[in-house]
Design a protein around this ligand. Structure first.
Ligand code: KIV
Ligand code: NA
Length: 269
């Protein structure tokens, strides 16, 4: 098997090939996505997608480490990047290093991701200088939903300058790539052409250097709501609901299990 991709390999895709990223939270899903993806992101979206939390704010270090370990066990090709959860890195570069080092040491993942632009640049530089590759995340940063006032498109009109400053700050700080979430397509394209690190878009148009989606969204498994930027490549949720209904009906009709699913003794009983 080829050796696992590293942050330097992802960085080197800039200008060469689009970077393919999906979230993954479990071993079986990591297994089915690993070969086709450059990066598997253990996103803190797992709080909402897997654990039913109302936002990502309640996600803990232990949750990220447990799911990070599961994704590492299910992959051997893609770079695994693990989100730093809310409250684990914002206080100081030292706090960020302590928690990022724990994530890396306990999971074996190759990088962490954290939210924030200009105000997190010092922290990103601190981590990178100490051996921790960082994927940045700017634009709509869901951990800041309460200060942003909702999950709105970021960088419209005069706000574009703020987005550009954030993008340049995280790139200069040494991030190996940056997620642009819910940013107008034109601005995301301009930022992508300006930076020398790959931009990974989600709701940021086709001119980013790569794309990321939450895998449960694109498989149609997470059906609470569908953001505009999600394309459903399958309807696995509908398939699963039908399968459960069929099973329930067959149990009630005593048509499951059939002989082929049953065991019999030597007398055929
Ligand atoms: O948590 C997550 O899944 C993410 C991606 C959507 C970028 O941060
Ligand atoms: Na996230």
């Amino acid at each position: 098997r080829l050796k696992r991709l590293m942050p330097t390999d992802i960085r080197a895709l800039k200008g060469q090939a689009p970077v393919v990223v999906l979230t993954a939270y479990t071993t079986p899903v990591a297994k089915l996505a690993d070969a086709d993806c450059d990066v598997l992101l253990v996103g803190d979206s797992l709080g909402m997608v897997l654990h039913g939390l109302p936002s990502t704010l309640g996600v803990t270090m232990d949750m990220m480490i447990l799911h990070g370990q599961a994704v590492m066990r299910g992959s051997n090709h893609a770079l695994v990047v693990i989100d730093m959860p809310f409250g684990s890195y914002e206080e100081s570069p030292a706090q960020a290093f302590r928690n990022a080092a724990r994530i890396m040491a306990e999971t074996g993942a190759g990088a962490v991701k954290l939210e924030g632009g200009v105000h997190m640049a010092e922290t990103i530089a601190f981590l990178v200088a100490r051996g921790i590759p960082v994927m940045a995340h700017i634009g709509l940063t869901p951990q800041a939903v309460n200060t942003l006032g909702g999950y709105k498109v970021q960088g419209k009109g005069d706000d574009a300058a703020r987005l550009r400053a954030d993008a340049n700050a995280v790139a200069e700080a040494g991030a190996f790539s940056v997620v642009l979430e819910k940013v107008p397509a034109g601005l995301a394209g301009e930022i992508s052409r300006e930076l020398t690190i790959p931009t990974i878009g989600i709701g940021a148009g086709v001119d980013c250097d790569g794309q990321v989606l939450v895998i449960d969204d694109m498989l149609g498994l997470f059906a609470e709501f569908k953001p505009k930027f999600v394309k459903r490549y399958a309807e696995l949720g509908k398939t699963a609901v039908q399968a459960v209904a069929d099973y329930a009906a067959e149990v009630r009709a005593r048509s499951f299990p059939a002989a082929e699913h049953s065991f019999f003794d030597e007398a055929g009983k």
